[in-house]
Design a protein around this ligand. Structure first.
Ligand SMILES: Cc1cc2nc3c(=O)[nH]c(=O)nc-3n(C[C@H](O)[C@H](O)[C@H](O)COP(=O)(O)OP(=O)(O)OC[C@H]3O[C@@H](n4cnc5c(N)ncnc54)[C@H](O)[C@@H]3O)c2cc1C
Length: 365
C-alpha cells in the first residue's frame, strides 16, 4: 500500500477502505477532483459476484456527475410494468415505476452488479492516479497517513466501529434472502407477497431474469441442512405452489450459483457520517439497510458523489467544511430511506397478510 504517493506529487491524498460500489465510486469522484487515491480491499482480486441493482433516476444523475452515465446505460435495462401479486397470481397493485419515470423523465434501470463494478474499475483505470491494494484488510484506520480516510467497508465496517463506536450495530432480522439469475426471460416482473415470505423477479439483461426469495430463517436453515442442494430443496418446496414462473425460475437456476444474504440493517442510526475532520463513511458502512426498497447501491452512489463533490468544492484546505456539507446533504436523507426500507420489510413479511393485501389493493392496480 502506498498512501503517500500523492504527497510526493503535492496532491491531496485519500485512503478509501473497501472496493465495493461505494468505495470505487468515491475513488472515481476523488480522482476527478485531482486527489491521489489508494483503495484498500481485503479480497485478493476484484470481486465480481452478485446479481442486479436497481438504479433510481436520482442515483443515475449522481452516476452522470461521476462521468459514468454512458457506461451505466450501455449495460443497464429499463425496469417497467411490474406488479405486486399474491401467491395465486392475482394482481394486487402496480409497483410505482411508471410514476417514477413520468416524474424523473427517465426510467428506473437495472444493472448487474459485476457490470457496475467493471464500469467503475474501467473509469478508475482511465483516470489513472489510483492504486487498489487487493488483499489488504484494514484493522485500524488511525495510523493511515492520508488527508482523508473514507470508510466504504460495508456493513461490518472497521472504520465505523473504531472511529464512531459500537452504539450503532448490525441487527439481524428473522429472515434471509436468496438471490439468483435464471437463464430465460419471464416477461412477468414484480413481487409476490405471501405469509412471512416474498419473491421478486426483475429483468437484468437479454435472455436472463434476476430473482430474489426472502424466507423466514428457520425455513432456510431447515432447507440448508444438505448444503447448496439442501437449501435448493427447501426453497423450491417453499414456493412450489406459487404462481408461474416462480417454481420454474427456481428449478432453472443452478443452486451452486445462488447467493444467500442474511437480512440485516444498522440500528440505531449514526449521529453523524464524519469524524475528526478527516474521516467519512459512505454506503453500507454508514447506513446498511434491508433491500426492500432496492436502494442500497443507489444510496452508496449518492453518498460517494455528494462527498467527492463537497471535497472538490471546498478544496483540501477546508476538509472539515467539506465533511460538514456532506453530512448535512446525505445523513438524514439516507437514514430516512433506511427506515422506510425496514418498515416495508415488516409490512411485507407481517403476520396479517389479508389486511396487508387489502391495503395494498387500494393502490392503483
Ligand atoms: C438480497 C439483497 C438485494 C439487494 N438488492 C439491491 C438492489 O436491487 N438495489 C440496490 O441498490 N441495492 C441492493 N442491495 C444492497 C447492495 O448490495 C449494497 O447495499 C450496496 O452494494 C452497498 O455497497 P458498499 O460499497 O457500501 O458495500 P459493499 O458492497 O459491502 O462493499 C464493501 C467492500 O469493503 C471490503 N471490506 C470490508 N471490510 C474491509 C476491511 N476491513 N479492509 C478492507 N476492505 C474491506 C469488502 O470486501 C467489500 O468489497 C441488495 C442487498 C441484498 C442483501
Amino acid at each position: 500500500m502506498n498512501a503517500n504517493a500523492g504527497k510526493a506529487t503535492g496532491s491531496a491524498t485519500a485512503v478509501v477502505v473497501g472496493a465495493g460500489v461505494g468505495g470505487l465510486a468515491t475513488a472515481v469522484g476523488l480522482r476527478r477532483a485531482g486527489w491521489a487515491v489508494t483503495v484498500l480491499e481485503r479480497r485478493t482480486t476484484p470481486e465480481r459476484y452478485g446479481t442486479a441493482f436497481g438504479i433510481h433516476p436520482t442515483a443515475q444523475e449522481a452516476v452522470d456527475r461521476l462521468g459514468l452515465g454512458e457506461a451505466l446505460r450501455a449495460r443497464a435495462v429499463p425496469y417497467r410494468s411490474a406488479r405486486i401479486r399474491r401467491p395465486d397470481g392475482r394482481v394486487l397493485a402496480a409497483l410505482p415505476l411508471e410514476r417514477v419515470e413520468r416524474k424523473a423523465g427517465r426510467p428506473e434501470l437495472l444493472v448487474s452488479r459485476p457490470h457496475l463494478l467493471d464500469a467503475l474499475l474501467a473509469e478508475l483505470r482511465r483516470l489513472g492516479g489510483a492504486e487498489i491494494a487487493y488483499g489488504t484488510r484494514l484493522t485500524d484506520p488511525a495510523p493511515l497517513d492520508a488527508d482523508l480516510v473514507v470508510g466504504a467497508d460495508g456493513i461490518h465496517s472497521v472504520v465505523r466501529t473504531t472511529r464512531f463506536g459500537t452504539g450503532s450495530a448490525v441487527r439481524s432480522l428473522a429472515t434471509e434472502a436468496w438471490i439468483g439469475i435464471a437463464g430465460f426471460e419471464t416477461g412477468t416482473y414484480g413481487e409476490t407477497w405471501g405469509e412471512g415470505r416474498f419473491f421478486g423477479m426483475t429483468p437484468v439483461e437479454p435472455g436472463r431474469t434476476n430473482w430474489y426469495a426472502v424466507v423466514p430463517k428457520a425455513a432456510g436453515e431447515n432447507g440448508n441442512t444438505g448444503g447448496a442442494a439442501g437449501a435448493a430443496e427447501g426453497l423450491r418446496a417453499a414456493f412450489a405452489d406459487w404462481h408461474d414462473p416462480i417454481p420454474r425460475l427456481l428449478a432453472d437456476t443452478d443452486p451452486a450459483t445462488w447467493i444467500r444474504y442474511d437480512m440485516r440493517h444498522l440500528h440505531p442510526a449514526l449521529p453523524r457520517f464524519t469524524a475528526g475532520g478527516r474521516v467519512a463513511l459512505v454506503g453500507d458502512a454508514a447506513h446498511a439497510m434491508t433491500p426492500n426498497l432496492g436502494q442500497g447501491a443507489c444510496t452508496a452512489l449518492l453518498d460517494a458523489e455528494a462527498l467527492t463533490r463537497a471535497v472538490a468544492l471546498h478544496g483540501p484546505a477546508d476538509l472539515p467544511g467539506a465533511l460538514r456539507a456532506y453530512d448535512t446533504e446525505r445523513r438524514r436523507s439516507a437514514q430516512r430511506v433506511a427506515l422506510a426500507s425496514r418498515t416495508l420489510h415488516r409490512f411485507m413479511t407481517g403476520r396479517h397478510p389479508a389486511l396487508r393485501d387489502a391495503l395494498v389493493g387500494l393502490l392503483p392496480g
